[in-house]
Design a protein around this ligand. Sequence first.
Ligand code: CO8
Length: 260
Amino acid sequence: MQFETILIGSEGPVATITMNRPEALNALSAQVFQDLADGLRELATDRTIRVVVIRGAGDRAFVAGADIKEMADRDETTPEERNWTGMRVYDQIRHLPQPVIASVHGYALGGGMLLAMACDIRIAADTATFGYPEIKLGIFPGTGGTVLIDRLIGPGTARAICLTGEHFPAERAYQLGIVTHLVPAAELGAETARLAELMAGYSPVAVRELKNALNASMEMDFEAARAAEVAAHARCFVSNDRIEGMRAFVEKRSANFTGD
Ligand code: CO8
């Protein structure tokens, strides 16, 4: 797959998306959103890929937010459309059938922190820096940014992060749940690979349906989410992978999941 602003490569069942505008700290331009949408669409239907990793090129940033220079130059007549376009890309990540790992080093700011939060697993180097600085630009975190942080870490601290715009270190992001795994910077690649390999060994059916249930919990009310969980679990239970997983346990061997 060839794109202007991102690189997508794979090693066995693990695909890696590299945000590739290091000269702009991997800022999210309209072209980046377009490339991500196209790349994710292809990955979603690729049965050989079982885990997706998102990382930033260069040594300074995961992603330093939306492209401010592009936004500054724009006489914005369709801000709502731009918001929805970005939001749909974050939704694509949350709804991708494969688990998505954000492997974060350097700056993860604004839309970059949101990109990480849209991923299922967020592993960060202890030297990484987070924040929602949008308020300093005369806007606030759009493209679903207020809603996702609120659901993820709770309204009190979410409000403070949005309103102060202050940067905070990876350790704080870990305490808040913005980051799920924190490692010394030198171990980021190895720990990302370990987690990817671990999840690549699980049933693609179970992983997909688990994500459906977790997304339903985030997006629906209590009863509707529980009904969606029951339906997702039932689809998982009738899979060949479920039979294989349980047989393998009984026969004291590792399971060989095929995704059927
Ligand atoms: N957009 C465009 N270019 C950027 C961005 C960005 N977000 N961040 C950094 N760059 C560029 C710089 O302009 C600079 O380029 P150049 O060398 O050509 O001047 C290069 O990257 C290196 O950056 P700095 O020289 O600034 O490096 P510093 O070490 O001095 O500072 C910082 C690093 C602190 C990360 C600083 O670059 C910074 O504050 N960046 C902006 C962070 C930010 O405010 N992010 C939020 C953006 S808004 C957003 O994400 C949500 C918008 C919602 C969209 C809704 C659509 C309607």
